[in-house]
Design a protein around this ligand. Structure first.
Ligand code: SF4
Length: 388
């Protein structure tokens, strides 16, 4: 049963556009693609469409080379490449995207490449603690609602939106429960399996995915196989695109046990629920602001919240022994912020390792040596600390 569930999650994770095509053929409804990281899928769901977060493709970039700069991140280059290759034909519209210059450039390139496709780009306010932040976020969601209503030709009523909010909250709660089972060592789930769980949630029909999560939680509660006793690590970073599963496998094969993460294809995506009462657009605007408090994002600015402080606390709560930072090459927000993370971890004496990833892949042999060395350092530091 568990293996059958993972088979479905794996299919949606590895072939999201194929899975969306299958859904569309069965349901005869629209598919709305969105850019990461703060798209309120609840709105597109309430409009009767399948919201799917557009994923980085595995394919090498070819035609996209002529349309977007080679020094853009792998995610944005892959987006444009997929658009140019006609892979987005299944999408009836592409919406949102809110956070960085490269994504803005990619949205323009996608719009230019697909002139007949509706591409509605909203830039959410990135200053999170100004008096107008909530109002501006709500305004963006009001605009998004209007565009969705035009697209489907129907109004989205508040009750439909509340019902979608309840469903999305339930989905997030179930995944967070799985995270908790893993953190406390009550289940053995690999980082690859956790990625299948979250990535499939980004692209699948939410009701279908939620039913799978309920079945999976029941299986895991029964199973109670305990997690392997490797070096406990927290995985951090990697916005927008999922880290390649072979990198996750390699980290674990070297003797690490991943006990927590703040990856977008991980805890960041499911960290925050939407309030279920009151005005649903107000609630979505609050959700947008609360997400940055729950898991801070370097693309946002908030005077009283720091990603590095959050990471130190997360590592402590998870009883992680070290931090592995996965940084997508050319991801500017991450590059700007990383020195603060490094400084904070050095100050607290917590070992950390930076791994820069590329769309084109990285030599795994060299990486294996680096991860093994890092885990050895963690073990020796702990041995010395115990001896003193
Ligand atoms: S936040 Fe980083 S990974 Fe995401 S689009 Fe911008 S540069 Fe690329």
């Amino acid at each position: 049963m568990k293996s059958q569930i993972f088979e479905k999650l794996r299919h949606a994770s590895e072939k999201p556009l194929t899975a969306a095509r299958e859904w569309k053929e069965t349901n005869r409804k629209m598919v709305v693609g969105s850019f990461p990281m703060n798209f309120p899928g609840e709105l597109a769901h309430a409009a009767g469409t399948l919201p799917m977060l557009i994923q980085e493709a595995e394919d090498p970039i070819t035609v996209g080379h002529g349309i977007i700069y080679p020094f853009y991140c792998g995610y944005t280059r892959s987006l444009v490449d997929q658009a140019a290759k006609g892979d987005f034909e299944v999408l009836d519209a592409i919406m949102f995207g809110d956070h960085c210059v490269q994504l803005l450039g990619a949205a323009d390139a996608v719009r230019m490449t697909l002139p007949k496709k509706r591409v509605a780009f909203y830039q959410l306010i990135s200053s999170m603690c100004d008096p107008w932040t909530h109002g501006r976020a709500r305004e963006s969601f009001v605009g998004l609602k209007k565009v969705l209503e035009e697209l489907v030709g129907n109004a989205i009523d508040d009750d439909a939106l509340r019902s979608s909010i309840r469903l999305f909250n339930k989905n997030r709660r179930l995944i967070r429960h799985i995270y908790e089972l893993r953190r406390t060592g009550r289940v053995a789930l690999t980082a690859r399996e956790m990625q299948y769980i979250v990535k499939s949630s980004m692209v699948m029909d939410k009701a279908e995915h939620t039913a799978l999560m309920e079945a999976l939680v029941a299986e895991l509660e029964r199973d109670r196989s305990t997690a392997p006793a490797g070096v406990r690590v927290h995985l951090s970073g990697h916005f927008c695109q999922a880290p390649k599963p072979e990198i996750l496998d390699l980290i674990e094969s070297c003797g690490a046990t991943v006990v927590g993460d703040d990856l977008f294809h991980g805890y960041r995506y499911i960290s925050t629920d939407v309030r279920e009462d009151g005005d649903p657009l107000d609630a979505l605007a609050e959700w947008y602001m609360a997400r940055n408090t729950g898991v801070p994002c370097p693309t946002r600015v908030q005077n009283d919240i720091d990603w590095d402080g959050y990471l130190i606390n997360a590592v402590e709560n998870e009883k992680a022994q070290g931090l592995i930072v996965l940084m997508a090459k050319f991801c500017e927000p991450h590059m700007y912020y990383y020195p603060e993370v490094k400084h904070t971890f050095e100050r607290h004496g917590v070992p950390h390792l930076l791994i820069e990833t590329e769309h084109e892949g990285i030599p795994l042999e060299g990486l294996k040596t680096r991860v093994e060395t890092f885990l050895e350092i963690v073990k020796r530091r702990e041995a010395v600390a115990l001896a003193n």
